[in-house]
Ligand binder design. Structure first.
Ligand code: R5P
Length: 316
């Protein structure tokens, strides 16, 4: 007999012109799936997810997906092994049930940071995860502000069409609406954050710079300024991920030394390891905000419109 927790997940069906699309996601992406459904103005269906007594996962797709395009929204955060496996089971099942095309929307893509063999014998997790996602018949993949450092384009790793979207314009709009910063300097805390600092600055019609960062350990970084001077300026720090908060804390310290006025902090993926928010609040910033690619106490910006737009564009 099957026992365990039952989850019912919203599974909307979109009809766009002659083509219909089913949008589905696992339990931890339920809120995002609901928001995308509401943005698309569609009805919701159901997916059953539970565990067998021995801990194995059981999934059942309750809608008829035969011949349909399906968009799977599955953010892979906090319990990445479990959520990745859930995605693999779901996508494989959808294909097996006759889904015509499966588009993966993975707002937070775990394992992207291990994209290089830093020490001999290490795993290349990013590459392995990409291979697994392809192996279950995923036809195309969408990510949001994926951590692409050594691998510059996801198309260098994926053989299926891949699209890396950015939440930075949505974040910048939110910051603008808050209206607390005057002509802010946008700062990326490391060289790789230039792409996000540039996008946010463009949207806010202001200037940007990046700091230089050396990682000394999992939770320890050293940051040095490059050329900008924040003296007398309001500052917006933007990054893809806040994990331990160490990067942001060090960046704030430099900005304070330079004489910055108000400082706001924004990221796309608030992973927030234990103690991260407290650490950042100790250095007294105005606000710390993130998006709902990862549900958290600071996930005030939703990426639902970004996903809904792509679902509309790719399935009409
Ligand atoms: C790394 O290069 C990323 O872009 C982030 O800066 C990093 O993941 C943040 O980690 P933490 O909050 O632990 O410093």
């Amino acid at each position: 007999m099957l026992r365990g927790k039952f989850y019912f997940v919203i599974l909307p069906v979109v009809t766009l012109g002659v083509c219909s699309v089913i949008v589905i996601g696992g339990p931890t992406s339920e809120a995002l799936v609901s928001k995308v459904a509401s943005d698309l103005g569609v009805e919701a269906g159901k997916l059953e997810v539970r565990r067998f007594p021995d801990g194995e996962k059981y999934l059942r797709v309750l809608s008829d997906v035969h011949g349909q395009d399906v968009a799977v929204i599955q953010s892979i955060h906090h319990t990445p092994d479990e959520l990745l496996f859930e995605y693999l089971l779901l996508a494989d099942t959808l294909k097996d049930l006759g889904a015509k095309r499966v588009s993966a929307f993975i707002p937070y893509f775990a394992y992207a940071r291990q994209d290089e063999r830093f020490k001999p014998g290490e795993v290349l997790s990013f590459k392995t995860v990409c291979k697994l996602i392809e192996s279950v018949g995923t036809d195309e993949i969408y990510t949001i502000d994926m951590h692409q450092h050594r691998v510059v384009r996801s198309s260098d790793v994926f053989r299926i069409p891949s699209h890396n979207l950015s939440a930075m314009p949505l974040i910048a709009d939110y910051i603008q609406k808050l209206g607390k910063l005057r002509n802010p300097l946008v700062i990326g805390p490391d060289a790789e954050a230039e792409q996000w600092a540039e996008l946010a600055a463009e949207r806010l019609h202001t200037d940007y710079d990046v700091f230089l960062k050396t990682r000394l350990g999992d939770a320890k970084v050293e940051i040095r300024p490059r050329k900008s001077d924040a003296n007398g300026r309001d500052v917006l720090i933007v990054d893809d991920i806040i994990s331990t908060g160490g990067t942001i804390v060090e960046a704030v310290k430099i900005l304070r030394e330079q004489g910055a006025k108000r400082i706001q902090v924004a990221c796309t993926h608030p992973i927030l390891a234990p103690g991260a928010l407290e650490r950042i609040r100790e250095v007294r910033v105005e606000d710390v905000i993130g998006t709902d690619t990862v549900p958290s106490p600071i996930s005030v910006v939703t990426v639902a419109p970004l996903i809904a737009d792509e679902v509309r564009k790719s399935h009409n």
